[in-house]
Design a protein around this ligand. Structure first.
Ligand SMILES: *[C@@H]1O[C@H](CO)[C@@H](O)[C@H](O)[C@H]1NC(C)=O
Ligand SMILES: *[C@@H]1O[C@H](CO)[C@@H](O)[C@H](O)[C@H]1NC(C)=O
Ligand SMILES: *[C@@H]1O[C@H](CO)[C@@H](O)[C@H](O)[C@H]1NC(C)=O
Length: 264
């Protein structure tokens, strides 16, 4: 156990009395349940999001989505600062729904042929929340936090300077590559891994990024996914799609609009 139990106890108390962003008067206790020893938020929308990913994604990916959520919540429950600044429902949806853009099924409702996968995820998740959430609880600000966190989840060097909710959703996802993480107690880490093992994560990540470079290269050129295309996809060629190719008259570049749309 890395954090002293005194700190943990104080943090738990703080977490219990922290008013969620959606209930500014603090009058209303959020419903909760316990998963892998971690006390988590249990609103109808979070329950529905869990059913959505369980029904639509491969087990290794469902486990990654759960670990991202649970690692993050375990850290929040042990840190009064985090507990006071994180909207637990925004965090749950941002972590559970962050990889909708990884759906490899041909009829995926989320994967587009031309947007980078983080944008597919951000748009898919926020549209789903708009359709399934309580309208009065999901104003533009909370939706934007989910959108920003998912769109930036592969770019922590940017997200770490965003709002606490955005920063910490991305950090929760990063805790799975690989654990354990200093924000987690060993007990929490071991409980979560025992319930949701990491088998298949690295292979699945590699397979997904290779798939995206093969099937929608335009959404991967000049992004951090590009190396998978260069290394593993025959015929993949970023030349002409890199920003600096614009200065080279010998290279035919795609139209500027296409290059920037959904890519920058
Ligand atoms: C608690 O979280 C805050 C905000 O992320 C961080 O600055 C601080 O170092 C954390 N404290 C501990 C004890 O981990
Ligand atoms: C990643 O995927 C490529 C293409 O399928 C494969 O050649 C390579 O061995 C994989 N690497 C890992 C570490 O799984
Ligand atoms: C463009 O092609 C010409 C002819 O092959 C070559 O001399 C020139 O260096 C090239 N320019 C750049 C910027 O690559």
């Amino acid at each position: 156990m890395r954090l002293s139990s005194v700190t943990s106890t104080l943090a738990l108390v703080a977490s219990a009395i922290a008013a969620p962003k959606s209930c500014p008067d603090g009058s209303h206790q959020l419903p909760s349940t316990t998963i892998a020893g971690v006390k988590v938020i249990d609103t109808p929308l979070v329950q529905k999001a869990r059913k959505l990913i369980e029904a639509n994604f491969e087990p290794y990916l469902v486990r990654h989505m759960y670990r991202s959520w649970l690692f993050g919540v375990a850290a929040i429950n042990n840190n009064a600062t985090l507990a006071s600044e994180i909207d637990l429902e925004v965090h749950a949806l941002g972590t559970l729904l962050h990889d909708l853009g990884w759906d490899q099924r041909p009829d995926s409702p989320w994967r587009t042929p031309d947007r980078r996968f983080e944008i597919d995820g951000a748009i898919g998740a926020t549209n789903w929340i708009k359709e399934n959430g309580v309208k009065e609880e999901w104003g533009d600000v909370r939706l934007q936090l989910v959108w920003d966190a998912i769109s930036l989840h592969g770019t922590p060097s940017i997200s770490e300077y965003k709002q606490p909710n955005v920063r910490f959703i991305v950090e929760s996802i990063s805790m799975d590559y690989p654990g354990p993480h200093p924000a987690l107690t060993e007990e929490d880490y071991n409980n979560i891994i025992a319930a949701y093992d990491q088998d298949g994560l690295l292979e699945g990540t590699n397979d997904t990024f290779t798939f995206l470079c093969r099937t929608k290269p335009i959404a991967t050129y000049d992004t951090w996914i590009e190396p998978w295309g260069v290394a593993f996809v025959e015929g993949y060629n970023p030349v002409g799609h890199r920003l600096f190719d614009r200065a080279n008259p010998n290279v035919t570049s795609p139209p500027l609009k296409r290059h920037f749309h959904g890519v920058y």
